[in-house]
Design a protein around this ligand. Structure first.
Ligand SMILES: Nc1nc2c(ncn2[C@@H]2O[C@H](COP(=O)(O)OP(=O)(O)OP(=O)(O)O)[C@@H](O)[C@H]2O)c(=O)[nH]1
Ligand SMILES: [Mg+2]
Length: 455
């Protein structure tokens, strides 16, 4: 295995909380000798050095040269291996505020700590066997979750939901592998054919792998979210509907055609799915160059949408070209008939009736949107099960599944056992890479470098 870029022997430190004014700022340190090194800049060095693990010590961080007090802190002491990194560690709860935190970090640098790289604390935890890679990735996913549901799913992964599923699959494969090996080692009469695994056994394992792959879409939906764009003719009520989604008067609404000249983005949680919502410039034959540019930019946003809501002014009625669009239909566009409080005309077939002014039909519209973006996924099915959110894990599961197709074929066609064993080994290696049993330094470097510093 290649050397990791991060030197594991160094003492490291980093701010684990955000930079800015806050009541507390937590600085993490880790490494062999971390407690002693912190004690060199601590007002009560003996107390800190003798503190048992999982205790708090109150004191001041002091400038080693001048003896000047830098900040009043609570030092949380962790002794190896009972810490996040598995190493000796001190976590300093300082006062929040940029100058003070910078001064404490400088004092730590002078005491022998170097600044930690992105994800370095979690990487040490992984290297020291505190958590597997699926849990390490979950740490990142928890911190970057934008809605409660995304957070819950990531927390479930942190508690080992994915690891458990992978280990179950691995267990079944190991059984298949040992049966093959037994047959290879004692080929003649000693073991009968009946111990050979059946193609159906490999098929059952592959089905489990496929189930996990299928959860990836849900994982991404809740972590990345989707883009929904409102479009339609001027004055149709796009901005009114946009504001209704956000529950605030964010976009200007007026009876003047062409009020919105540019696109406006905001985000909203729809039943736990982070949605980037766009209000855009109304579509009409404009001659004003600024408005034309707004319409052009808005159409770019429309092309990048996961779902387009096309709003028709129900009071004015649908224009010819709109009726044509509605008739041709398109799965990614949801047509909405707005201003039903004024309109006497019923909407054309398949067009959703609402009033952005009174809110009538809005609940049903939200349900329709959720049904479309979730597709076949049901929330009931998702809760409690392991959901894959990492592209890395998904790609490895796909490789596992491909290898298992070969195993199944090999077993049903009575292929040479050593050939089948190679495919089983490939599947096992992929699974091992997911949890981190088999991992190259390059993969670790790439994975942890997407983390932020202090994790
Ligand atoms: N009665 C009624 N009026 C509405 C409804 N929705 C919007 N309006 C009114 O229609 C006018 C245009 O609404 P906007 O939300 O500004 O329309 P828009 O599509 O954003 O228009 P542009 O930005 O010009 O493209 C405003 O006077 C709104 O108050 C509705 O459901 N019922
Ligand atoms: Mg508008």
């Amino acid at each position: 295995m290649k050397e990791l870029t991060y030197n594991q022997d160094d003492l490291i430190c980093a701010l684990a909380t955000g930079w800015g004014a806050s009541a507390l700022g937590v600085i993490r340190t880790s490494g062999i000798g971390a407690i002693e090194a912190v004690s060199r800049i601590f007002s009560r060095p003996e107390v800190l050095n003798e503190a048992p693990g999982h205790t708090l010590v109150y004191g001041y961080i002091i400038d080693a040269d001048s003896g000047k007090q830098i900040d009043q802190v609570m030092a949380a002491v962790f002794r190896a291996p009972r810490s996040y990194t598995g190493e000796e560690s001190v976590e300093l709860s300082c006062h929040g505020g940029v100058p003070g935190l910078k001064a404490v970090l400088e004092a730590l640098n002078k005491a022998g700590f170097r600044d930690a790289g992105p994800g370095e604390f979690t990487m040490r935890g992984f290297v020291n066997g505190k958590l597997d890679l699926t849990r390490a990735e979950a740490v990142h996913e928890i911190v970057t979750a934008r809605t409660g549901r995304a957070h819950d799913l990531a927390l479930h992964r942190l508690s080992g939901a994915v690891e458990t599923q992978i280990n179950l699959v691995k267990g079944s494969l190991v059984r298949i592998m040992s049966a093959l090996e037994l047959q290879l080692d004692y080929p003649e009469d000693e073991v009968g054919d009946e111990i050979l695994p059946l193609p159906e056994e490999a098929g059952a394992v592959r089905a489990k792998v496929e189930d996990l792959i299928a959860t990836f879409r849900a994982g991404r939906l809740y972590q990345d979210g989707i883009r929904i764009v409102l479009t339609g003719a001027t004055n149709a009520g796009k901005s009114s509907l946009f504001n209704l989604f956000l529950k605030e008067e964010r976009s200007i609404v007026s009876e003047i055609h062409g009020t919105t000249r540019d696109y406006i983005e905001s985000w909203v949680s729809m039943d736990g799915i982070p949605v980037s919502l766009y209000d855009t410039a109304g579509l009409r034959d404009a001659d004003n160059p600024v408005e034309l540019e707004g319409i052009r930019r808005s159409s770019d946003v429309v092309s990048a949408a996961h779902l387009v809501l096309y709003i028709v002014d129900g009071q004015a009625g649908a224009r010819e070209d709109e009726l044509e669009r509605i008739k041709t239909g398109n799965g990614e566009i949801l047509y909405i008939w707005n201003k039903i409080d004024l309109s006497s005309e019923p909407p054309p077939e398949g067009v959703f009736p609402i009033s952005a002014l009174t809110g009538e039909g809005f609940g049903a519209l939200e349900d329709e949107i959720l049904m479309r973006v979730r597709g076949g996924l049901s929330i009931g099915e998702l809760s409690g099960s392991a959901v894959i959110d990492s592209r890395r894990q998904r790609d490895l599961l796909m490789r596992t599944s491909e290898a298992l197709v070969h195993v199944e074929e090999g077993l049903s066609l009575n292929a040479p056992l050593d050939v089948i064993a190679v495919d089983v080994r490939e599947a096992l290696d992929c699974l091992g890479e997911i949890t981190g049993d088999v991992t190259s330094a390059d993969i670790l470097d790439t994975m942890f470098s997407s983390f932020c510093v202090g994790k």
